[in-house]
Design a protein around this ligand. Sequence first.
Ligand code: NDP
Length: 437
Amino acid sequence: MLHSILDTLELPVERRHFLFRSTQTLLSAALLASMASYETNASELLAPQNTSAPDPVGKVSLPPLEAQTEQKKGPLPNPEPMEKRIGYAIVGLGHLALEEVLPAFGACEKSKVTALVSGDRTKALTVAKQYGVPEKSIYDYQNFDSIKNNPDVDVVYIILPNSMHAEFTIRSAKAGKHVLCEKPMANSVAECEQMIKACEDAKRKLMIAYRIQYEPNNTEIKKMIREEKYGKVKNIVAVNGQNIGDPSQWRLNKQLAGGGSLPDVGIYCLNTVRFLIGEEPVEVYAQISTDTNDPRFKEVEDVVDFQLTFPSGLRAMCGTSYSHHQSRNYRVYAERAFFGMDPAFAYGGLQMYRSFAQDELEIYETPKRTPKNQFALEMDHMSDCVRSDKKPFTPGEEGLQDMKIIEALYLSARENRPVQLKKHEGKDLFRGTEPKK
Ligand code: NDP
């Protein structure tokens, strides 16, 4: 074989002999080496095994790839082993659960999905297979209370139409489970108060899923405002609206939704402004415009423009709608700059911006940060609070405060007058433990 290969080469005979001999030598060496290595492997196999496996619980690290001058990416994800994580039951397998929350478990470090609750058994069986949830941990709305016997469930995450939040929070607390509940917390102040009491009585945590308060860009803007990086803030303008479709969906049904654009998407403007400045409004004023000939708006409102006045004198102008192209942003006007986020409230692609003067230039910047999954951040914060027995950063009281303001906004619009609210001294009065960095 080797001869025939060498014959194809146009070389003098003595040169071919040299090549033949040296190739033979090389092949023999390789053969001996592989035999030696086989012997080593064989002797290793025969020798008694070292049974002390490396400790699997520890942080993984990799050497840095890029120069020190490049954008910092932060540490590697170091998720906890599955058996250590806090277990979640997801209640309601709709758009938010299937499109955002369940996939977000893949980015969680401390949380895992362990149960599903749905009115649609076939869908639940499919989703259970997709996420490795055992069939015995699928519940419906009737047998839900037996979840108390499931030790794999620590937290119930309620992702149902708004009118069902109170009932399922109370049932979860009675079943001995902690609760993470979607916004808006409920449809009335009275319901919010019942939810807080039920969780207090059962000594369980209650957190409202205000994901923006766990998102790093929005947190950075909060810091800029609180530290007066560009001087005092004079005004904030915030808009969160979208063009809603199918008139038969629950969001347009007053009994199920509690209201229209205001509690669904306008709440982002309200909650985020409160989060950014830490103060509570002392006066609110709202105007509502709804075309009742539009089949979508037979029961709930469309456009809401509202103003919040804070004790420091700062005003926020907010707008929400169910009939304009999606627009989710805010702008903060400070003494030496304007800055904000656009988009501010979307699930991804959030973008910070700022504009300030420098010598002869007006600098307009759009700083970019490595994105983080907001749902994973919020669930891992809840898991931290459950584990260390701390009050969540956005507890039931935070949701209740929004609901008090929303009720005042509806009153203002109905009576076409500013409505005064109880004055609260201090900052961040309704928030709990700061999330870990
Ligand atoms: P969907 O309509 O997509 O899903 C709601 C699910 O609730 C349904 O799929 C159904 O699940 C269950 N359900 C039980 N009873 C009813 C009923 N009578 N009518 C309709 N659905 C029912 O809503 P979303 O997922 O968009 O919203 C759910 C909650 O999450 C709301 O409170 C909303 O405000 C909040 N949300 C929060 C967001 C955020 O960014 N934090 C974004 C979007 C929504 P099943 O078939 O499994 O029983």
